[in-house]
Design a protein around this ligand. Structure first.
Ligand SMILES: [Zn+2]
Length: 728
């Protein structure tokens, strides 16, 4: 179970985590894979009738008007929405009445509704319907959106009012959620430079705009390398070792690249990883591997090295301006880890046992290769290939043996069933709701007992041109109740290759795990039960947000799910116990590779952002850092620096890639509560989980929420055991 491999590639698109709370703009800087023909060349007039600005109409408290979107509408809609929010904020700042929680904090919570709605649509288009026409808008709007955020956080009279509420003795009369909201506003403003002198503020805003432009450039460069480069295969013997499904996918890819009669391996992870796993052709594996790991590092017009140097320098300058030692110190202050040192401590504790495991894994592979008479030394392009062979030899487990039992739609039913058992949710398909693409389906979520409406769940499972690779969750609307009962709208997105019409789509065990993971984020949003939108659902600390999602992965392998929903696509029979046992026995297999591949990237990310303002040559820094760490030569970072979108596509996971490991400590430890209880479906433990973790959003400190659930602080032991490591 290479959970980590899958997980570390997943991004949770959420609002308040990325930018400042009231500027709830979506993380849209990750561009998608393929070009999309411009949808419309019509230049639409800028009128107040722009449908993207309208209140969401229809059932369920209104739904996003995906059927109204045209790309030329985005720019005028974003500009009008920004103007509107700035006017709202200005009214709050200039209020002559003394500052109170209601006339300042709650007023800010109520502001920006139009901007939220427009940026939701803009974010969905950026991630799932992207193309050249949209990219022009992105390049133009990225710096403008950054400047807009600064205009709010740098509004002096506004900050004075927030500060007054924060320091007022009246604060003692507020409830716990309200106190936390005040604290969040105050600290976010301070962290964004509200206390700086005017010249420093101006420089800060300049830096933020420059960074926004560089993030867009970085992302579009990676996208270009993934689009423009591919491995062309012209003869059947070059396909040696590839299963039929991969051959079909390569043939389909060749069509889109106008190479009829040939096969194409695209330069994306979902195409490269399986090729490296199955191709018998070592020469082609090396070629594919080099192409993939050198994205953004080819010394051409799409080379990202100079951009990274600029980003790092601007980030270092910004951190200093804001009064922090480094960018990492600034970023981690409001994370659960609090300091880079604590994050480093965890990473270093896991690093050594993981590296030791890699050496064992390589030994096993080398023995097998020698036995075959391959006459090779294991290189990075051999790892996945021999790993599969060792899996078969050691655990008698072939991934292709599991796949016929993993039907996408059956597993979706399984996920619904788990949500019913743990949270009493019921899912009903809807057809009366507009969607961005005909492949997207929508369900209404209700309470099984009371029939109360809880929210909507959108499911966008298939890959298509213009859609970002990977899998993610997105919240279209946050649950809150300052404007009456507002219910949430969430989505899960993936990139499965659509099957033939009428045939069930089969997915791998890793992909099934990813589905449960993303659904975990969705459940985190759907369970939200808070008053204020800024604190709602998944708007929690970056290193805490992967905890609920990683936790849900555990329910896939429960016998209840496997017996009911892992059914053979032809016979309808459940997956045999013997096969389940073999999957379980191999649970810690390859954890050395998965952990080192991920952790090396997380360590380089952190060290880059602890390095301060010295001028950094990314390639050289990466090389030196890995040498110091003792990186096994058979493995490459999961994301090399020139293509590390988590870190350089936005501020998002910068100095924050460690978050997946941090969250996994909580995950492994939390599942122990079920094991120690009556098992994964223990209603009492599930209720404690809902009450203290899934429903509270950011209304409580995450460490306190965890303690309330578990009765103690998390311990790292369960994580080490889950990965099969002995502590160093
Ligand atoms: Zn996630």
């Amino acid at each position: 179970m290479n959970h980590l491999i899958v997980r570390s590639f997943l991004l949770l698109i959420t609002s308040a985590l990325v930018a400042f709370a009231i500027v709830r703009n979506k993380d849209t800087t990750h561009a998608a894979n393929d070009s999309l023909e411009p949808r419309s060349e019509t230049k639409l007039p800028v009128t107040e009738a722009n449908p993207l600005l309208a209140k969401w109409e229809g059932p369920y408290g209104g739904v996003p008007p995906f059927d109204q979107v045209q790309i030329p509408l985005f720019k005028p809609a974003l500009e009008a929405a920004m103007t509107e929010q700035l006017a709202e904020v200005d009214r709050i700042a200039k209020n002559t009445a003394a500052p109170t929680f209601d006339n300042t904090i709650v007023a800010l919570e109520r502001a920006g509704g139009t901007f939220d709605r427009v940026t939701t649509l803009y974010g969905v288009w950026g991630a799932t319907m992207n193309g050249p026409e949209f990219q022009v808008v992105q390049r133009e709007m990225a710096p403008k959106l950054a400047a807009f955020g600064d205009q709010i956080t740098q509004n002096e009279p506004l900050f004075k009012r927030i500060e007054a509420v924060y320091n007022s003795p009246e604060k003692a009369k507020l409830n716990a959620e309200q106190k936390r909201l005040v604290w969040v506003y105050f600290t976010n403003f301070v962290r964004s430079g509200a206390r700086l002198a005017p010249e420093a503020k101006a420089r800060l805003s300049q830096i933020n705009q420059e960074l926004a432009g560089l993030y867009t450039k970085f992302s579009q460069n990676v996208l270009a390398e993934e689009n423009n480069q591919f491995l062309l295969i012209k003869s059947e013997e070059e396909l040696a070792g590839l299963p039929q499904s991969l051959r079909d996918a390569a043939a389909a890819a060749a069509e889109t690249k106008k190479q009829p009669g040939a096969w194409v391996i695209m330069n994306t992870r979902s195409a490269i990883d399986p090729f490296l796993t199955y191709s018998d052709r070592r020469d082609l594996r090396e070629k594919a591997w080099r192409m993939f790991v050198n994205r953004g590092d080819n010394g051409d017009e799409h080379d990202n090295n100079a951009t990274i140097t600029q980003i790092l320098q601007l980030r270092a300058e910004r951190a200093k301006l804001l009064g922090y030692k480094t960018h990492a110190h600034w970023r981690l202050e409001n994370a659960m880890a609090k300091t880079p040192e604590r994050a480093m401590e965890l990473m270093e504790a896991v690093w050594k046992p993981a590296v030791a495991r890699v050496h064992e894994e390589v030994r096993d592979m080398q023995v097998l290769a020698d036995k075959e008479g391959a006459k090779i030394t294991i290189e990075p392009w051999d790892y996945r290939y021999y790993m599969e062979k060792v899996r078969k030899a050691k655990y008698d487990l072939d991934q292709n043996e599991v796949k016929p039992y993993l039907q996408l739609e059956k597993l979706r039913e399984g996920i619904f069933w788990v949500a019913g058992e743990l949270f009493n949710f019921n899912f009903t398909p809807l057809t009366n709701v507009p969607v961005a693409h005909p492949d997207i389906r929508v369900w209404e979520v209700t309470d099984k007992t009371t029939k109360r409406h809880i929210g909507l769940w959108y499911f966008d499972p298939y890959a298509r041109a213009g859609k970002r690779s990977g899998a993610w969750m997105n919240a279209y609307r946050s649950q809150e109740r300052i404007n009456g009962e507002i219910t949430t709208i969430v989505s899960n997105n993936a990139n499965f290759i659509k099957g033939k019409p009428g045939e069930p789509l089969l997915i791998s065990w890793d992909d099934a795990t990813t589905m449960f993971h993303e659904f975990g984020h969705a459940l985190h949003g759907l369970n939200s039960n808070v008053t204020y939108p800024t604190l709602s659902g998944t708007a929690v600390a970056r290193d805490y947000v992967e905890f609920p999602s990683q936790l849900m992965e555990h329910w896939l392998s429960t016998p209840e799910v496997l017996q009911r929903f892992a059914l053979h696509y032809q016979s309808g029979k459940p997956i045999p116990q013997d096969l389940v046992d073999r999957i379980k026995r191999s649970a810690t297999f390859n954890q050395g590779f998965a952990t080192v591949e991920y952790l090396s990237a997380a360590l380089v990310d952190m060290k880059l952002h602890l390095a301060g303002d010295r001028k950094i040559d990314p390639d050289a820094f990466e090389k030196e850092t890995l040498a110091e760490l003792g990186m096994p030569k058979e493995i490459v970072m999961r994301h090399r620096t020139p293509q590390f979108l988590h870190v350089f596509g936005s501020d998002g996971y910068s100095a924050g890639y460690y978050s997946y490991l941090w969250s996994d400590v909580l995950t492994a430890d939390a599942f122990g509560a079920f094991v120690e209880g009556k098992g994964p479906y223990d209603k009492t433990v599930a209720e404690r989980l809902r009450k203290n973790i899934f429903s509270v959003g950011n209304t409580v400190d995450p460490a306190e929420g965890y303690r309330a659930f578990r009765g103690r602080d998390p311990k790292v032991d369960a994580l080490m055991k889950k990965r099969g490591f002995s502590p160093s």
